[in-house]
Design a protein around this ligand. Structure first.
Ligand code: IPE
Ligand code: IPE
Ligand code: MG
Length: 621
């Protein structure tokens, strides 16, 4: 589905400039040759497989280019696995699923042995991109292997939104992170989506011959039926008047979709140059499709060299000027890969984040327990815990319930230590629900006061933990809200573990507030209600970058979710344990993670991958 044309002299011209692109090196580990090689491979793949995209990446500032190559090479890798005559549909779907699963593990581990994923994971960490949105795109590519049929253009566009838009969105986030937003004005969101549809439609037209050779015709029935006889002719490899009419109509439509003059209004001029140039290249590509006629069935057409030079030469000048005027925000090096691969002999304390040299390492477990080694692809990215049973724990000991909550805080610290030691990236703790206001005032005060004290004085403050708070500020004591916000600010640059404390949190409350935010955006004309998708909703959540929960653990012998993270935990693996929360320690977290590693997750797909051996802990717990 991508142009597979060979590099041309103009593209080769671009190579020396590309070499001047800045390859990232981990400042704390010195030069990382594997990473540099990984990015170089991504650049080569981009240049070889899609010179137009390569030329566009060259219009980005040097510091962003490696990320551009990594994103494109990853999209291409997934696409390649789904294509090709070397395996049957189920086999191709299985390899896309395996790549996606491995990618999830790599993201959690912060590194990969696969070069393309290595570059992509580094890009995500370096630019703080939340790549969880790509999972849906990868699943859609996997499903392409079963063959695609679209009744109408609405269905066709829905496919685009699912499969292509998330990749383009990542490029947009990348620009945002660099402080040069490519974000379309909110009243241009519709144009933006259409533009992506147009880019995809251009690709479909360009690859028409190659796709037909593999039995694919990626156009909706609505379009095929409008030109009777066209489908039969194309499938037989004939260029009939009906086929020409169909291609002509679809090309016109694609041209309309990629012609969005107001799309770049208000954008950073450098980002606007990238997008405008991409529109020009797409229109030139559509001209080449028009001009190809029957040759379209033989090979992918390309605009002529003079045409490309006419578009790209002034764009390069404009881009260079625009970027030279803008100081970009370049984040610090990403954290070193987390600890799960350590062996006792080589185990070292994680290095502190560069900007916070006073960070400590977690105190060891009192009995010297060490985390099990979990294979990267078996590691959850996000564990959320319903810490239940404080009250019963206290009552069993004849203590007031407040003592149970204080003991519960000690267990919460233990989990943070365990999470850091095993290399978990996201831990979310349910500390007080919107329903817990029904308890007596004394107990409520005890829970909230214990939390405030933990925030102000607790040992977690000095660990490599980015603390965040999720919940409704209404009804919470002001002093507590101040402490929560202060810790968020103070720890926001930390990179080890993201700890989200859910305090005065209710899933329905979160969804209601998100819906209200979306309604406000619609009223302001910032989003089109007819086009609202899951992504739009997710973007309006209080913490849009929170990844989906992989493992939801509840202690206290109750098997319900009690209004906890309904949006983020729809596909979480559930894990219930009978003990009371104050009795839990980091070994229980490790055990939960180990149990998670044995689960088979399908996200709604039929079982495709043959069962793998369960992860076996290599270290006594
Ligand atoms: C969980 O423990 C902590 C909070 C809800 C604040 P509980 O206080 O619910 O303990 P049990 O379920 O009554 O034992
Ligand atoms: C859930 O526990 C809330 C927290 C752990 C903060 P609860 O004890 O309040 O939940 P229910 O009432 O048993 O469902
Ligand atoms: Mg309870």
């Amino acid at each position: 589905m991508r142009p597979s044309s060979q590099p041309t002299p103009a593209d080769r011209d671009a190579a020396p400039r590309a070499r001047r692109g800045r390859f990232p090196a981990r400042s704390r580990t010195g030069e990382d040759p594997a990473l540099r090689a990984a990015y170089r491979l991504c650049r080569r793949t981009t240049r070889r497989h899609d010179p137009a995209i390569h030329a566009l990446v060259q219009l980005m500032p040097a510091v962003l280019r490696p990320a551009g190559w990594a994103l494109w090479a990853a999209a291409n890798a997934v696409d390649d696995l789904a294509d090709g005559p070397d395996a049957d549909a189920a086999g191709r779907a299985a390899r896309v699923a395996a790549w996606t699963e491995a990618f999830r593990g790599d993201l959690a581990a912060g590194t990969s042995t696969d070069p393309v994923r290595h570059a992509l994971v580094d890009t995500a960490l370096r630019w703080r991109l939340d790549l969880s949105g790509l999972r849906g795109a990868m699943a859609a590519t996997r499903d392409d292997t079963r063959g695609r049929h679209f009744a109408d253009w609405a269905e066709w566009r829905a496919w685009c939104t699912e499969e292509i838009a998330p990749w383009v969105d990542q490029v947009r986030h990348l620009f945002e992170q660099a402080g040069a937003p490519m974000t379309p004005r909110l009243d241009r969101q519709h144009d933006y989506r259409r533009f992506i549809d147009g880019a995809q439609l251009t690709d479909v037209l360009t690859d028409l011959g190659a796709d037909l050779a593999e039995g694919r015709l990626l156009l909706p029935r609505e379009a095929l039926d409008a030109c009777p006889g066209a489908e039969d002719a194309l499938r037989q490899g004939r260029w009939s008047p009906a086929a020409a009419a169909l291609v002509g109509t679809v090309t016109d439509l694609a041209r309309r979709w990629v012609t969005r003059p107001a799309l770049t209004r208000g954008m950073h001029p450098g980002a606007a140059t990238v997008l405008d140039t991409s529109a020009r290249l797409l229109r030139a590509q559509l001209d080449a499709v028009d001009a190809a006629g029957p040759a379209l069935l033989e090979r992918a057409p390309r605009p002529s060299l003079p045409t490309r030079v006419r578009i790209l030469a002034p764009a390069r000048l404009r881009a260079r000027l625009a970027w030279s005027l803008t100081p970009l925000t370049v984040p610090a090096a990403p954290p070193a890969p987390p600890v799960p691969r350590r062996t006792p002999a080589t185990a070292r304390a994680p290095e502190p984040a560069a900007e916070d040299t006073a960070l400590r390492t977690p105190p060891p477990h009192p009995e010297g327990a060490r985390p099990p080694r979990i294979a990267a692809d078996r590691m959850p990215a996000h564990v959320a815990i319903i810490m239940d049973g404080n009250g019963r724990w206290a009552e069993q000991r004849g203590l007031p319930r407040s003592a149970g909550h204080r003991a519960g805080n000690v267990a919460a610290r233990e989990m943070v230590y365990g999470a850091l030691e095993i290399g978990l990236r996201h831990l979310t703790l349910y500390a007080f629900s919107t329903e817990n206001w029904q308890r007596d005032t004394e107990e409520i005060a005890a829970v909230l006061e214990a939390t405030r004290r933990e925030l102000d004085e607790g040992p977690v403050r000095d660990l490599d933990v980015r603390q965040r708070w999720s919940g409704n500020p209404g009804k919470l004591p002001e002093e507590l809200v101040r402490s929560l916000l202060r810790e968020e600010r103070r720890t926001r640059a930390r990179t080890g573990l993201t700890l989200t404390v859910c305090l005065n949190y209710g899933g329905r409350d979160e969804i209601t507030r998100t819906a209200a935010a979306l309604a406000r955006a619609a009223r302001a004309g910032d989003v089109d209600p007819d086009l609202i998708g899951e992504d739009d909703f997710a973007r309006h959540l209080p913490h849009p970058d929170m990844p989906d929960v992989d493992l939801l653990w509840r202690t206290g012998d109750e098997q319900r979710t009690s209004n906890f993270l309904p949006w983020q935990a729809t596909y979480a693996e559930l894990y219930f344990t009978p003990g009371h929360w104050p009795d839990a320690d980091r070994r229980d977290l490790w055990q939960a993670i180990t149990a998670y590693g044995r689960r088979r997750r399908r996200h709604g797909a039929a079982p495709l991958v043959s069962p793998r051996k369960p992860a076996v802990p290599t270290r006594p717990e």
